[in-house]
Design a protein around this ligand. Structure first.
Ligand SMILES: Cc1ncc(COP(=O)(O)O)c(C=O)c1O
Length: 392
């Protein structure tokens, strides 16, 4: 068999950048951030409605977050989970209390995909079944299991020779269809209560309730992927509380560390009661710096009443932004999708020229906004003024 890898003498020339070229990039080289503002190398300044892809919940350089990381780095920068640390215990307890949910066992890992990978693995292990169910347009990550339940991944970029388990997708807006999709072979049902990449689409209470009911009927475990919509982004601590539907497991990441890489898998008592040593593991997960970041984020959200701010400013934004090319608004809190009469990419480009950074999504007619929780109505006025100056 011939190898598809070219022989050394026919290698292409050395690349200009040594970074893997897998990301389309915006024409802005960011040098510094402060609050909701980004400062570029060429002197331009941008109002950031994108938040580093939903990560910078507190904005940039938040004093409480900076101080917590500085303090922890001086005290103890890293230890493994084999050595108990109070900062890790505190972060888990604080996260459970903040969530207001009954998912009171926490496993810290490093990324959204890793959290989903572990949640799915537990569901298969506990139920002994072979199938997962996910929603159309859902996004869950790039690793083998998380990508297997990501809508469209298999056709576009999956890469592995096969999915590790059977997967069925069900429409995101048809609660009546879940009875057929979820059966007694189903180990896990994974859903983003508000889809992020899917266009800031609010899946809604009837759909989440239908999934909960059907999981209870069949014995499947319900996983809420709140990697993007959790940690305050809806204006509630988590989508689970926002909709009043409690899953068996919940994953969260992004704003959890405000930029320090950390994710969490939260388990119900029923699930936690079935895990044992070695079922999961990690080197970096639950490191002291990550845990200090988690505590600082929660402390800032609570002491600065940021959830109330998200709710108030989100309502203001929805009421005022239907101008220029914007025809409608969907989503919740600070995970908003502006429906556009023109391709969202064009609107994004026009906003960038006016000093505003926004995101796109899997829906070519939805501009996605993921601002920091400190964004105020004055900032929203700047966005609306800019949108009004863009032709419909
Ligand atoms: C809902 C959701 N789940 C999972 C992921 C994957 O997270 P990560 O990139 O940290 O692996 C993402 C990333 O965008 C996401 O939006």
């Amino acid at each position: 068999m011939t190898s598809p890898i070219p022989a050394p003498h026919s290698q292409p020339p050395a690349p200009r950048s040594h970074l893997a070229q897998v990301f389309a990039q915006y024409p802005i080289e960011v040098m510094r951030g402060e609050g909701v503002w980004l400062y570029a190398r060429d002197g331009r300044k941008f109002l950031d409605f994108y938040g580093g892809h939903a990560v910078a919940g507190l904005g940039y350089g938040h004093p409480r977050w900076v101080a917590a990381l500085d303090r922890q780095a001086r005290q103890m920068s890293f230890q493994t989970n084999a050595l108990p640390m109070s900062v890790r215990e505190h972060a888990a307890a604080r996260l459970v209390k903040f969530s207001g949910l009954t998912l009171d066992t926490v496993f810290f890992i490093n990324s959204g995909a890793e959290a989903n990978e572990n949640a799915l693995k537990l569901a298969f292990k506990i139920t002994g079944r072979t199938k997962a169910v996910a929603l159309e347009q859902g996004w869950h990550g790039r690793t083998a299991a998380a990508a297997a339940v990501t809508w469209g991944a298999l056709e576009k970029w999956y890469g592995f020779p096969r999915r590790p388990f059977d997967v069925a997708f069900t429409p995101r807006d048809k609660p009546a269809a879940v009875d057929q999709a979820i059966d007694r072979d189903t180990a896990a049902v994974i859903v983003e209560p508000v889809q992020g990449v899917g266009g800031a689409f609010d899946v809604g209470k009837p759909m989440l309730e239908a999934l909960r009911r059907r999981c209870d009927e069949t014995g499947a475990l319900l996983i809420f992927d709140e990697v993007q919509c959790g940690m305050g982004r809806t204006g509630a601590p988590f989508g689970a509380g926002y909709y009043g539907v409690t899953p068996d497991m919940l994953t969260t990441a992004k704003a959890l560390g405000n930029g320090f890489p950390v994710s969490a898998l939260m388990l119900s008592r029923r699930v936690a009661g079935q895990i044992k040593y070695d079922d999961m593991g990690t080197t970096f997960g639950g490191g002291p710096l990550a845990c200090a970041a988690v505590e600082a984020v929660i402390e800032a959200i609570e002491s600065e009443s940021l959830l109330a701010n998200v709710r108030q400013v989100s309502a203001y934004l929805s009421a005022h932004c239907r101008v220029g090319p914007v025809t409608g608004v969907q989503g919740a809190g600070f995970l908003l999708g502006l429906k556009t009469s023109r391709p969202a990419k064009e609107v994004q480009g026009a906003l960038m020229e006016k000093g505003i950074l926004a995101g796109t999504s899997g829906d070519p007619r939805v501009l996605r906004l993921l601002p920091a929780y400190i964004m105020n109505e004055g900032h929203v006025d700047q966005l609306c003024d800019a949108l009004a100056r863009i032709p419909a």
